[in-house]
Design a protein around this ligand. Structure first.
Ligand SMILES: NC(=O)c1ccc[n+]([C@@H]2O[C@H](COP(=O)([O-])OP(=O)(O)OC[C@H]3O[C@@H](n4cnc5c(N)ncnc54)[C@H](OP(=O)(O)O)[C@@H]3O)[C@@H](O)[C@H]2O)c1
Ligand SMILES: [Zn+2]
Ligand SMILES: [Zn+2]
Length: 371
């Protein structure tokens, strides 16, 4: 610990009556508890949830947000046994070693003992879960962060994926991958992706195409059409086109049948409402996007009774899902659209977030040593 600085650079969120803004400042290094590890960040993505959290609409937060972080372990707490980092398994205990590459995702700790944790794949809903950037848990818009040694997302170097491509998969990518898995859609089936031009949605288009699905992309504005089609969508529906009936347009793309899976990734009730209507027989609506608390969705039970459709929610992904989602990137089947940035760009990123296609990835210093 003696060679570590006492202060670090961080992007902190401040709110006042006119809204929120990010400020770059120096803050003390987080305290390393005996069961924690200290990670020096090399890269972090910026997710739509960070913008939602920054606005204050999603409840209390830590002043340091961010949950798509990659870095290397630089110190172990006094109760964490030293180990080698030779394993290629991201979940292996020996990923906990100084020098090992790790990810810091939305889920930062899970108890391993509650009803959610004991359910296969249930750890992301742990009753005692701790999330990056939520109260008490510093996020990844900072040079250092602490992680409990019992919940480490290992990102082995053998994966052969650069830090700036790993980062956006840790939330955006794995969320899209898991939502598709939750939908149960088969190869050849139609998948509607609402919010397809955004950070999570662009990944959903690519994962769906890589899994052999047919994608109809929905987003606002014509500028995102070319982007979504280049990512692998077969069709694009512009929800901002007031001359167009969105539900009819999706039905038309699917020759009247409706879609087998609708991924509602845009964080608005309007996208959910439309998705319910363009689901095909026995289709599945997967809830991903988080509308503000006052926006709700309505349905008549006959929709479910007559059409046999399902609604499921999907929450990021487990460490196993992260490993699987990264595998698609390692094999070249999914290519994150990275917009390189510096921590100092965070205020600008927040102001222009809605206008860009691609994932902002902030790099810290020059320490990205992978490959
Ligand atoms: N469930 C989970 O585990 C999970 C994980 C990660 C993120 N999220 C949530 O997922 C949402 C998306 O995150 P993100 O990072 O992808 O945000 P993003 O980059 O802002 O993407 C959202 C996209 O949806 C578009 N959109 C807005 N209204 C629409 C509509 N009615 N129909 C279709 N598209 C519409 C937006 O266009 P404009 O910019 O023009 O409005 C934007 O392109 C957020 O609510 C985030 O909190 C959930
Ligand atoms: Zn996220
Ligand atoms: Zn638990």
């Amino acid at each position: 610990m003696s060679s570590l600085p006492s202060m670090m650079k961080a992007g902190v969120v401040r709110r006042d009556s006119s809204g929120f803004s990010f400020h770059i400042t120096t803050v003390p290094l987080p305290q390393l508890a005996p069961t924690d590890i200290l990670v020096r960040l090399t890269a972090t993505g910026v997710c739509g949830t960070d913008i939602g959290l920054a606005s204050g609409k999603l409840g209390p937060t830590h002043e340091i947000l961010g949950h798509e972080g990659v870095g290397r372990i630089v110190a172990l707490g006094s109760a964490v046994p030293a180990a080698s980092s030779s394993s290629s398994s991201p979940c292996a205990p020996d990923a906990v070693a100084v020098g090992a590459r790790v990810g810091l995702a939305w889920l930062r700790d899970a108890c391993g003992a509650c009803a959610f944790c004991l359910h296969p794949g249930g750890e992301t809903r742990c009753a005692a879960r701790r999330n990056s950037g939520r109260a008490g848990v510093g996020g990844t818009f900072a040079e250092y962060a602490v992680v409990p040694a019992r919940y480490v997302v290992g990102v082995p170097d053998e994966l052969g994926v650069r830090d700036d491509a790993v980062a956006p998969v840790l939330c955006g990518g794995v969320t899209a991958y898991k939502a598709l898995r939750e939908s149960g859609v088969a190869a050849g089936g139609w998948v509607a992706v609402s919010g397809a031009g955004g950070g999570v949605g662009a990944f959903a288009v690519q994962y769906a195409a890589a899994m052999g699905c047919r994608v109809v992309a929905l987003d606002a504005g014509d500028a995102k059409r070319a982007y979504c089609l280049a990512l692998g969508a077969e069709a694009y529906v512009d929800v901002a086109d007031e001359d167009q009936d969105v539900v009819a347009a999706v039905r038309s793309v699917t020759a009247g049948a409706g879609v087998a899976a609708a991924l509602a990734i845009a964080g608005t009730a309007k996208a959910y409402q439309a998705a319910l209507e363009f689901l095909g027989p026995f289709g599945t609506l997967v809830c991903v996007g988080i509308p503000p608390p006052w926006e709700t969705v309505s349905f008549h039970p006959l929709l479910f009774i007559d059409k046999g459709v399902r609604i499921v929610g999907s929450a990021v992904g487990t460490r196993e899902d992260i490993r699987d989602a990264l595998g698609f990137v390692a094999r070249g089947l999914v290519k994150p659209t990275v917009l390189p940035a510096k921590l100092e760009d965070l205020p600008h990123i927040a102001n222009t977030f809605a206008q860009v296609t691609g994932k902002y990835v902030i790099k810290f210093g020059e320490s990205d040593s992978e490959d």
